[in-house]
Design a protein around this ligand. Structure first.
Ligand code: PLP
Length: 365
């Protein structure tokens, strides 16, 4: 190991995909969410691998993310979860399927379809059943069905969907049930008008905790990358990302010496520190500094001490027998990103999507 590398274990991705496939009904489609560079990994590599494994759909947040996949040759349908009005012409040009979450956006989409002379362009209608983030309110269902009927020459609701607010939280099970009940009524109304519509509501934790509501498709992200938001699911999954680095330099500090910017640490006794070549510009936020975060050297835990710098962190190796040039693991199969993130009060999603493009990616086939 001679520099910081983010390894992307495609065999683990295939394992997670097949675990998920076994968990759901054989006729339920899988939409693999590859937004935000494939949760911080490499969206194209992930999508190419999962296309081979039989993913039915891909999901991204923004239009340019979908265009990247098209340019890489991905031919599966791609749902754009949060399209912006400014990009609808491009969206059509690249045959991406937009989520329609407001009447303003739907009207703009109808106009874009007219400009492109598209006929019955596929869209997915997004309902807000309680997350209060994006979507039509359930009481707009009838008005929306009328609008869609009046504009069927231009747009075709291929899908109807919603998103759960707390699918991972057993304490919120009754709230989740209320969201699912609202969605069931909407789905029924759309099904009457569009018998073949694709209904989808479950994300990863939805699949884990509310599997009876899989409808026609599930939208799964984090589980593909190896995290299931629950210990008993994590057991079955294999982390796809391994972040490895190296000891650049070792320092011996005397009692009273300070470490790093703002002298955030003053050694109370002699300590040994290692400087590593990754920092907040790589995605190790300042929140991980001052003893909250940690890395692993020769299987032993080394806390991140002092303030996180832009390009470096320092770790406490007083208790570890190691040398300059030795390998360091930040996350990996035996060093869960979930545990690291939790130690700093955040979640695996934020840690892995925050891994910056500066870090070299290495695909393991
Ligand atoms: C990101 C996202 C998902 C994927 O969620 P996971 O918890 O990663 O499975 C599904 N649906 C929507 C609308 C999303 O924004």
């Amino acid at each position: 190991m001679s520099e910081t590398i983010l390894e992307i274990q495609l065999p683990n991705l295939r394992h997670n995909f097949s675990f998920l496939k076994k968990t759901i009904n054989s006729n339920t489609k899988i939409l693999a969410v590859v937004k935000a560079f494939g949760y911080g990994s490499d969206a194209i590599a992930i999508a190419e691998c999962l296309a081979n494994e039989g993913a039915d759909y891909f999901g991204v947040a923004y239009v340019h993310e979908g265009i990247q996949l098209r340019k890489a040759g991905i031919t599966q349908p791609i749902l754009v979860l949060h399209p912006q009005m400014a990009n609808l012409d491009k969206l059509i040009a690249h045959q991406l399927e937009p989520s329609m979450y407001s009447i303003r956006l739907l009207n703009a989409m109808i106009e874009a379809a007219q400009r492109a002379n598209a006929s019955a362009y596929p869209v997915h209608i997004k309902f807000n059943t309680g997350l209060n983030r994006l979507g039509f309110l359930p009481d707009k269902t009838e008005a929306l069905l009328n609008t869609l009927e009046a504009n069927k020459k231009w747009v075709n609701p291929l899908g109807v969907f919603s998103h759960l607010a707390a699918s991972d939280d057993p304490k919120e099970a009754s709230f989740t049930q209320s969201q699912l009940a609202k969605f069931a009524l909407i789905e029924k109304r759309f099904r009457t008008h569009y018998p073949n519509i694709l209904a989808h509501v479950l994300n990863t934790s939805g699949v884990v905790n509310h599997a009876t509501f899989q409808y026609d498709m599930v939208r799964t992200g984090i589980s593909l990358y190896g995290y299931g938001n629950a210990a008993e699911v994590d057991k079955e999954l294999k982390p796809v990302l391994s972040l490895k680095t190296v000891v650049s330099q070792i320092h011996q500090l005397k009692g009273g010496d300070s470490l790093g910017y703002n002298r955030a640490l003053i050694a109370s006794k002699p300590i040994k520190t290692a400087t590593l070549p990754l920092g907040h510009a790589d995605g190790i936020g300042r929140i991980y500094g001052n003893g909250k975060g940690f890395v692993w050297i020769h299987g032993q835990k080394a806390p991140i001490i002092g303030n996180v710098c832009m390009d470096m962190i320092m770790v406490d190796i007083t208790h570890i027998d190691c040398e300059e040039g030795d390998a360091v693991t930040v996350i990996g199969p035996d060093a869960s990103a979930e545990n690291l993130a939790n130690a700093a009060g955040t979640i695996s999603y934020e840690f892995i999507t925050g891994l910056s493009q500066r870090i070299k990616r290495k695909l393991i086939h």
